[in-house]
Design a protein around this ligand. Structure first.
Ligand SMILES: [Zn+2]
Ligand SMILES: [Zn+2]
Length: 151
């Protein structure tokens, strides 16, 4: 009989991991109303069960595509979710229409998927991902304040 091999995680390590994960309460990631403003070409609006309201433009959503390919591209460029690719400097800049999906549909009960007009459709936008990337003033302000940068 031996009790070796039991992994002892320090309390600090535990706290760090909890901080990084920080699961949102279920009510914060339960959508009450989901509006995809396709015809208007505006974007996505969600009213959450906790009373919070979020909105994203299609351009933001396209640049925040959570599929593995887009994730890696962003990582390589050091871009955050929703941050557009740097525009290449061209002599004759080509007109690129703003990103818009041809359609959108629910994935189970937990996510939304867009079929973008550019043919891309690999990204599954979970409620959790969307809520964590809420673009309202309150949330973007909170996100900017959080990092422990001494000031
Ligand atoms: Zn993608
Ligand atoms: Zn918000």
């Amino acid at each position: 009989m031996s009790h070796e091999g039991i992994r002892i995680v320090s309390k600090e390590q535990d706290a760090l991991e909890a901080e990084a994960e920080r699961p949102l309460p279920r009510i914060a990631i339960t959508p009450e109303k989901v509006r995809v403003l396709l015809t208007e070409g505006k974007g996505l609006e969600i009213d959450w069960a906790d009373g919070h309201k979020s909105a994203w433009t299609f351009a933001w959503l396209r640049d925040a595509c959570p599929c593995a390919t887009c994730n890696e591209e962003r990582k390589a460029d050091g871009r955050k979710s929703g941050q557009p690719k740097p525009k290449p400097t061209e002599l004759l800049p080509m007109y690129t229409p703003p990103a818009k999906p041809a359609s959108a549909h629910a994935v189970g009960r937990y996510a939304l998927q867009f079929n973008w007009l550019d043919g891309h459709s690999g990204g599954i936008y979970s409620w959790d991902y969307l809520r964590k990337n809420c673009q309202c003033r309150e949330c973007t302000f909170a996100a900017a304040e959080t990092p422990g940068v001494p000031n």
